[in-house]
Design a protein around this ligand. Structure first.
Ligand code: AMP
Length: 279
């Protein structure tokens, strides 16, 4: 496995090495969700191609006062996991390798970013688009894999690739879950045992919505049912529960052809997200 901490060296290598390349961008603290993305990347790369993983905790996508400083970092076990998974290239730049101190160019998506997590996390998707565009330029992949757990991020990256003509296929990966249904996330390790036990309510709310749509079509009724389920967990504090169109991410009044229930819920300071396609 090639490991690059220098952007210049990584870019030189990817320019000279013309193999088919599939990128998995991550912030590290790798878990089973990331490993599934790497497996999908391996398949998509084919026997002659290579899998690249980037690990970078991107300060631009953390709002002031959020968890950037305490975001889990586990360099050596991440490296080991990548090695075992047969990753060919690990790009792990330091903070100073990614952004010039006087940076003045950013990438901003202005429509899909205004809903859901974009409302509660101003500037977040601008940070995501900027770093993903940079990773695409540095690693020059033919394809990149993103998880459906961050559904809005996936939709925005697809839009960025379309609107800026990146010659890169974007592959969506299904959500990987813990046995009780909680989506795997690096942030799950912030939860204390009581919060962790109650956090499975996110999945329960999604599944109850799936049952509910067999008899009800109004968005407000579906959302109310999901909220009621979440409110059964005394430590849960709802950020949002919304029924949106899975492509435009705009709110729906009733169940449509591409309806997605998306939710974000705080347990203490930890904000967890989940979603489910209802139609
Ligand atoms: P992160 O390191 O949290 O920025 O995530 C890196 C990538 O892994 C993103 O594309 C996420 O959507 C994806 N991902 C994280 N957790 C999961 C999960 N439980 N299932 C599927 N994909 C995931």
């Amino acid at each position: 496995m090639q490991i690059f901490t220098s952007t210049q060296e990584a870019q030189r290598w990817t320019l000279e090495n013309k193999k088919r390349r599939v990128l998995v961008p991550t912030m590290g603290a790798l878990h089973r969700g990331h490993m599934e993305l790497i497996r999908i990347a391996r398949d998509a790369a084919g026997p002659e191609g290579e899998v690249a993983v980037s690990i970078f905790v991107n300060p631009l996508q953390f709002e002031p006062g959020s968890d950037f400083e305490r975001y889990p970092r586990s360099e050596s076990s991440d490296e080991e996991l990548c090695r075992k998974a047969g990753v060919d290239l690990l790009y792990r730049p330091g903070q100073n390798e990614m952004y010039a101190p006087d940076r003045s160019v950013f990438v901003e998506e202005i429509l899909l970013s205004n809903t859901l997590c974009g409302k509660s996390r101003p500037g977040h998707f601008r940070g995501v688009c900027t770093v993903v565009a940079k990773l695409f330029n540095i690693i020059a992949p033919n394809a990149a894999v993103f998880g459906e757990k961050d559904f809005q991020q996936l939709a925005i990256v697809r839009r960025m690739v379309r609107d800026l003509n990146f010659p890169i296929e974007i592959i969506g990966a299904p959500i990987v879950r813990e046995p009780d249904g909680l989506a795997c996330s690096s942030r799950n390790r912030y939860l204390n045992p009581e919060e962790r036990a109650q956090a499975s309510v996110l999945r329960k709310a999604c599944l109850s919505a799936l049952e509910f749509v067999k008899v009800v079509r109004s968005a407000s009724d579906i959302v109310a049912a999901a909220r009621a389920m979440i409110e059964r967990a005394p430590l849960a504090r709802i950020d949002y529960v919304e029924l949106v169109d899975a492509e435009t991410l705009q709110p729906l009044e009733s169940l449509g052809e591409r309806s997605l229930l998306a939710l974000a819920v705080f347990f203490g300071k930890t904000r967890l997200i989940d979603n489910i396609q209802l139609a």
